[in-house]
Design a protein around this ligand. Sequence first.
Ligand code: ADP
Ligand code: MG
Length: 721
Amino acid sequence: TAVMEKILLRRSSLLRDQQQAWQESLEGREMLEFRQNLPAYKEKDTILIAILQNQVVIISGETGCGKTTQIPQFILESEIDSARGAFCSIICTQPRRISAISVSERVASERGEKLGESVGYKVRLEGIKGRDTRLLFCTTGILLRRLLVDRNLKGVTHVIVDEIHERGMNEDFLLIVLKDLLPRRPELKLILMSATLDAELFSSYFDGAPLIHIPDALRAADFKDFSRQTQESLSCWNPDCIGFNLIEYLLSYICENERPGAVLVFMTGWDDISSLKDKLQAHPILGDPSRVLLLTCHGSMASSEQKLIFEEPEDGVRKIVLTTNIAETSITINDVVFVLDCGKAKETSYDALNNTPCLLPSWVSKVSTQQRRGRAGRVQPGECHHLYPRCVYDAFTEYQLPEILRTPLQSLCLQIKSLKLGSISEFLSRALQSPKLLAVQNAIEYLKVIGALDENENLTVLGRYLTMLPMEPKLGKMLILGAILNCLDPVLTIVAGLSVRDPFLTPLDKKDLAEAAKLQFSHDHSDHLALVRAYEGWKEAEKDLAGYDYCWKNFLSAQSMKAIDSLREEFLSLLKDTGLIDSYATSCNGWSYDQHLSRAVICYGLYPGICSVVHNEKSFSLKTMEDGPVLLYSNSVNARESRIPYPWLVFNEKIKVNSVFLRDSTAVSDSVLLLFGGSISRGDVDGHLKMLGGYLEFFMQPAIAEKYLSLRREFDELIQN
Ligand code: ADP
Ligand code: MG
């Protein structure tokens, strides 16, 4: 270790020389000047002293004041200045991968370096990090995974948790874990950063940790707000459809009449963004690439795509960025002058009583509105158009409910178990704001039913595999079984399809045509298999570069198809990481053409999402055990049928609107449900198979039964060992 110490001291002084050389260069001086003008820079000493004197420090400051890019750098630079740069290891978490990447690039360039020198990033399946990387930006999920193998974060000197005001589930979870860790690692520093002022909650959670607020040096005067109050705007405000016409009108007005400057349009979600984009592309001005650079910004975009957002367009071209709430706080686009705010965001909520998740566009909070507005006029006077009337704004809540209180907790519970954090409910009772007991119980019960936890709440072998796949357990289950049963190809498509927005578009004015188009892909009473066909058709068409036409003709979203394509790759490499398939993935597709097998995999994943089909003379009705009668979404292929030749539907999601609606369903037989629904308690595989065997003779032809039975046996052996 004495040798190590020496090496590190040498590297530290190299780092210091490097930093000094950069700050003395012309570019370096300009960059430093830019940084020194940020409000955060003025608080540099206060911040560093507070960190020195306290184990936990909480810092708040308006978006754009320089928290994310500067504060980690202050720490790094002060370590380097004290000639101990090579001894520190700073981790800064971001809620989203896109911000981790873009921020690390920015910080590296502020330091006159390439990524992978002293600054790096790591997100799922991607990262740049070198031997000398001392400041690492990563997603919250990555840090949680590191804690899995490195409980004490050995060697880490500073953890910075950014964007805590968003109150994402991962961040709330991480804070409980870190709070437990602090006494075990007294020299570890924890810094929390928030874009809003309500940081007292965090301070009291961390035993009165000091709060530092970075005062807002930004303009307020050169700022115009427009509320849409007219009757005409109200009438576009059909709750299901944002005022597309109004947005189109405003955008073309800005393009024709206003001074230069980028426009940022906050939309509800992915689906709205892509439909609006299609609409705008057909517009004579907005769709003209020589006048308008039309970009989109959302969480699942590729990193090459996101770079475009920060670039300045050519002279005479106006940049318009359609974004989800992701650009609200974590991404800063400098040249924005105009903001259009639709006032809504897709928000998941969770009805614990009925154990039903809801995903509905809902009005954002007042704080979000201010954040959105603040994105305009960063470098010159700005304008914000709120596309909703004042009276609607007045009814907004102050803050959004934290995610942990409004989403199902299954994945979180699995994570708690995999980190060996003891009893789930005891652990969650120590959260910043604890979820309802009922919600916790529901999640545990679900995990038991699907076989991820045993009766004593311990992870089963299946559960352990599921923790290696960062996705909803039901999707993880499908991937695992698809890999084991050698029918991975369609399963990858299905799982990817369930992870993106519905690729089957149903424009309101062409609903019938769109539904008819989907029906062409219908395949034996399954929305999931219809998707597989649609995707395969698209893949064929892409070979002739006709993918876009294909989507247009068939009412499919080209963006979703592309997203499915890249997610398939991502999921495949995740599976390789689990060791369930070999790294060449040569042998996992032998049965991919067997649609019955795909059906079995779907059933295995979606159980206990099942409902029974009851036929009457003309049609059929559906019932689930918990809800009684339920309905299908009208764009389900099963909704167009008058008979379904199977007694059950497994479904992906039920959503309560007025009645309970099922989204994406696949019909399955008794035998498939028997074999692939439910779980087998560990150690009693034989008993279970015997019992199923008895049923099988009853339901199935012996030859088929034999095949499934042997597959199941093989599967159970594999999964148990
Ligand atoms: P905060 O975290 O407080 O919201 P940031 O540290 O992200 O603020 O950004 C501080 C400033 O750095 C921004 O106001 C912007 O001017 C500049 N900046 C950040 N990211 C980039 C980038 N990718 N390209 C150019 N400038 C950037
Ligand atoms: Mg930030």
